[in-house]
Structures are given as structure tokens and as C-alpha cells.
Design a protein around this ligand. Structure first.
Ligand SMILES: [Mg+2]
Length: 238
């Protein structure tokens, strides 16, 4: 395959659990934010879990949220979920609004995220081949800044986050948005750790999908290095 045709290969990457992870996720973030505001508490990250099972955008991916693509509007909507969870866990009214505001800052703080071993090598390998790469994630509006602060922005042509698109994977709307942005390339892939959001969603959109081993759950996926080999072989055969 010539360099020119290889340049037409586009690889979309899931972010959370595929490129980076945030240990403890939303529950630990909510607890961390609370400490300085209400330190005389005996809450644990497990306290919040029962109250975080609904209300997040990625927990109902059938909805059109294109009216919430403004970052402040997106966080206002999620803020009602976080506020309710805090209050249900016994957090006093006097601190709950400060805590909710703190979650936005804390969850978007790149120092609370860590890059998954193998991801950077895979990104670099595909970049060396001339592959165009983009993040395509169900995530917060601040994802582009998180990617930048983790030192990963140079690998990506674009960082797409569901929050500013208005659809969550596996909704066809988010894949259509990404494919439109790249002019519907012939050779297009997605690497992700979620069998439904990533693999089923991408496949339904005509994107070849590779399941990689997740950092949160055992999912039967391949290593990041193997994902590169699969794409390299598939792209060469195309
Ligand atoms: Mg993921």
C-alpha cells in the first residue's frame, strides 16, 4: 500500500478504559471533593454507588442530548444527578452545591487520570504509519483538555466527546458525526473496550472495530499491540 492510500486510514479511539483510566471514577471524585467541605463524615466510595445508577448520559444512550452540548448546560443537567446522590448519601444542604461544582473541576483534572500501559505505544505506532487518529468517547465536555494535559493531543487530529455532540455511543448519531467530520473514509476503524458502546455501535455504523482488553473489566479483548497488528494487516489488505 502506498503512503498516499495509507493516509486514508482513520482510527477512532475510545478514551475511558482504552487510553486512560480514573481509578474510583465518579464515586471517588465525589468523595475527594467532599473532604475539605465536610470532613467529619464516614462516607466511602461505596456510599454513592446506589445513587449513580441512572441519570448519567451514557446510562441511557437512546436519548438525543443535542440541546445540552454547551458545557455549562451539560454540567447543569448532570449536576441535578450529583446533587441528588449527595443528598441521598446524607450530605448536608449547606455544602452540596459547592461539592457539585467541585466535581466538574476535579473530574476534569488530568492529574486524576492515568494513561493505560500499551496505549501510548499503540498511538505512536499508528502515527508512524501515517494513520489519522481521533478520540471518540462518551465523556465530559472537558475531554479535549484532559487529553492535552496528559500529553496525548499530538496523536489526534480531533478529540470527539459525546457531551459536545449530543449522542452517546452506541447511538448512530455520534458515529455519523465522526464519519462526516472525516469525509467518510474507506478504511476506518475503532479501538475500544466496551463490547456494546464501542464494538456493536461502530460495526453498525460500518466501522471495523477491535475490542481491546479493558482496564476496568475483563472483556476478552486483545492487547493494544495486537490491535495495531490487526489494523496494520487489515489496512494493508484493503
Ligand atoms: Mg471505554
Amino acid at each position: 500500500m502506498s503512503a498516499t492510500s495509507r493516509a486514508k486510514t482513520v482510527v477512532f479511539w475510545d478514551f475511558d478504559g482504552t487510553i486512560a483510566e480514573r481509578p474510583g471514577h465518579w464515586s471517588s471524585c465525589m468523595l475527594d471533593v467532599l473532604e475539605p467541605l465536610w470532613n467529619d463524615n464516614d462516607l466511602t466510595i461505596d456510599t454513592f454507588e446506589p445513587y449513580l445508577r441512572t441519570g448519567f448520559p451514557w446510562q441511557d444512550t437512546t436519548l438525543d442530548r443535542t440541546h445540552l452540548t454547551d458545557a455549562d448546560a451539560w454540567w447543569r443537567a448532570l449536576g441535578t444527578v450529583l446533587r441528588s446522590a449527595y443528598l441521598s448519601a446524607g450530605v448536608p444542604e449547606s455544602v452540596v452545591d459547592l461539592a457539585v461544582a467541585g466535581v466538574r473541576v476535579r473530574f476534569s483534572d488530568a492529574s486524576t487520570w492515568r494513561v493505560i500501559p500499551g496505549a501510548t505505544d499503540a498511538l505512536a505506532a499508528l502515527q508512524r504509519e501515517g494513520v489519522t487518529q481521533a478520540v471518540l468517547s462518551n465523556h465530559v465536555p472537558e475531554l479535549p483538555a484532559i487529553v492535552d494535559a496528559l500529553g496525548l493531543a499530538g496523536y489526534f487530529d480531533t478529540v470527539f466527546t459525546s457531551a459536545t455532540i449530543g449522542f452517546e455511543k452506541p447511538h448512530p448519531g455520534i458515529f455519523a458525526h465522526a464519519l462526516d467530520a472525516f469525509g467518510h473514509p474507506d478504511d476506518v476503524w475503532l479501538i475500544g473496550d466496551n463490547p456494546v458502546a464501542d464494538i456493536e455501535g461502530a460495526t453498525a455504523a460500518g466501522i471495523r472495530a477491535v475490542l481491546v482488553e479493558g482496564s476496568y473489566l475483563v472483556n476478552g479483548g486483545v492487547s493494544h499491540a495486537e490491535a495495531v497488528r490487526i489494523i496494520r494487516a487489515g489496512a494493508l489488505a484493503a
